[in-house]
Design a protein around this ligand. Sequence first.
Ligand code: NI
Length: 166
Amino acid sequence: MYHTMDEFLTEWTYESDSTQKILDLLNDDSLSTRVSEGERSLGFLAWHIVISVHEMMSRVGLEFNAPHHDATLPTTAKEIAEGYRQTNMALREAIRTQWSDAKLSEKHDMYGEMWSNATTLNVLVKHQIHHRGQLTMLMRQAGLSMIGVYGPSREEWASYGGEIPE
Ligand code: NI
């Protein structure tokens, strides 16, 4: 749980930079990849990561310019990655200029429950990590390369001379 905005921003900076690097690896061909027929596409999932930031944070009164929850799913990977870049830049700026530590204990109705802003920020980070994990699976399925987030990716590990188990 966050006690200061600095604690949040430190974690968010690492997580959002990682998310951005992963979204920057997408290509247009990969966007229609699905685990199986009827499941959500890679493009849908990537766009959900982008638009859920504004969806969640606008509920608690933060004002920033980013794609809204009903923004149409883009047809290119570049637009998805740029949507996240814009969202992330605007979110960081809005938090720095509109929020102080005192804001963390303020409560809002979030999906039918009363959450402190500290809880909402915690859920924001976890929600992103959850979907990013799903996304990286689909990216492998689409044949894309991968970067490490909390440890090296398979190709990074191999480049360090590590052995890859069968
Ligand atoms: Ni979600």
